[in-house]
Design a protein around this ligand. Sequence first.
Ligand code: IPE
Ligand code: IPE
Ligand code: MG
Length: 247
Amino acid sequence: MDWFKDLDSEKIPEHIAIIMDGNGRWAKAHGKPRVFGHKNGVKSVREITEGSAEAGVRYLTLYAFSTENWSRPKLEVNALMSLLVQTMDNEITTLMKNNIRLRTIGDISQLPEKNYQSLKKGMEETAHNDRMDLILALNYSGQADIINATKKIAAEVKEGKLNIADINCGTFSQNLSTAGIPPPELLIRTSGELRLSNFLLWELAYTELYFSPVFWPDFRKQHLYDAIKSFQQRERRFGKTGEQISN
Ligand code: IPE
Ligand code: IPE
Ligand code: MG
């Protein structure tokens, strides 16, 4: 079924970012340990990745692990990491079949070696796919990314390659881990939480926000459809007046 066929095909966001939240509460509601929620969240990742590509989205960024998530109980962190390796190894064939390229943002060199290797393998194998980029934010921090960009810019200034007066938004965007990727038009956060949790702080400056009460393991194409539908009904003003936009 073409679940997306009632959407305006001219107004499909080129880039959707998602804070996949609520796995733990979903598990709790089912009387199960938190890890059970993470396992079931994988189904949603698969479905939303496929759905986004079908709808014509060009970039899908999924927040999978924040730098703050290291503070969780060791057992949960370890379970999340092994789940990631398993998922990577299982999904490469599907990514190839669907012509999807895997990328990451965040410091993946600090992940366990197994994770690093399986991500590297996934990225290498899918490097030439060009229907959609699936960008996993792993060990990611928006603030750290901004600090890193600042350091790179400062170094260029110090080396005399850049004038302070020439630093602008473009300079910053080019030095972030998302360099070359257009900013998300739509951010979805599941589970009813209303915050950004250190995700894409620079890139979300003019993004339309959509909060869904649905826990991530229950999030399906229909919910993605609702989010895109809501996005299509918004008026993006970028500082202008509504009248200027409608003319
Ligand atoms: C999101 O679900 C998954 C990760 C952060 C890895 P949570 O694990 O945060 O679930 P809740 O918020 O505790 O319900
Ligand atoms: C944000 O979710 C990180 C990911 C979805 C990976 P959290 O559930 O960790 O966010 P906070 O800590 O509740 O804000
Ligand atoms: Mg959470």
